[in-house]
Ligand binder design. Sequence first.
Ligand SMILES: O=C(O)c1ccccc1NCC(=O)[C@H](O)[C@H](O)COP(=O)(O)O
Length: 257
Amino acid sequence: MTILEEILEEKAKEVAKLKKSYDSIKTNKLPYNRSLYQTFMTSDYMNIIAEIKRASPSKGMINPDVIPSSQALDYQKYGAGAISVLTDEPFFKGSMEDLIAVKKQVAIPILNKDFIIDEIQIDRARDAGADVVLLIAAALSPERLQILFDYATNKGLEVLFEVHNQAELAIAQTIGASIIGINNRDLKTFQVDLAITEQLAAQIDTSHTLVISESGMRTREDVERVKRAGVKGILVGETMMRSPTLDKTFEQLRVKL
Ligand SMILES: O=C(O)c1ccccc1NCC(=O)[C@H](O)[C@H](O)COP(=O)(O)O
């Protein structure tokens, strides 16, 4: 079984529990309507989605003691265009409480980074104040992706549609995704290769579609490389979470477009 299959198996259990206990009507809803697309398409600098990521399957513990609200404030202060909060608990040690804490602190768009397989997770993301949700092409059938994509967009959320290969990109384009995340990490093998961004971005009309390069961003050279491929945004987790000097890390990665 691949790690993605393991994660999805756990998600199915989580969703089953959520369906028994989650009451959207009783939830204190936080506002959501900050547009990642608008912010990123009109910026002169490489936009950074800085991630709150305590742990991961590929790296184990990364920063278990992080305080999401203060980390998020720093991200915003140093120039993040958006913040991604990994809310999966079993594999990434995150939570929806992390997302709510971040939302209350900052004014920039918030991405709920999780493994969405059901509408109820989209309701929960929206109630918690997420502006953007993630759909991973490798996780679901094209039909199910279309249904969840429509569900999220009809509720006023933006969707970061994540792809890793040619076939997944074709699905994103058929569905009409306007924000495509190219994950450089193979979720089955954990191998990271920035050439994936170069190969796939070349097939996207980047004047209309916002392309985000995800995973493995460490240096200014990495960012310059994906910039040449037409990318306007990067999603950075581990490098941010391990940085002892976030101001310098942002300075290094936030290149002029
Ligand atoms: O990061 C993992 O090990 C991982 C494993 C299985 C599924 C997803 C995984 N990561 C989610 C992400 O896509 C990254 O958190 C994100 O792109 C940031 O990556 P990085 O900057 O390399 O931490």
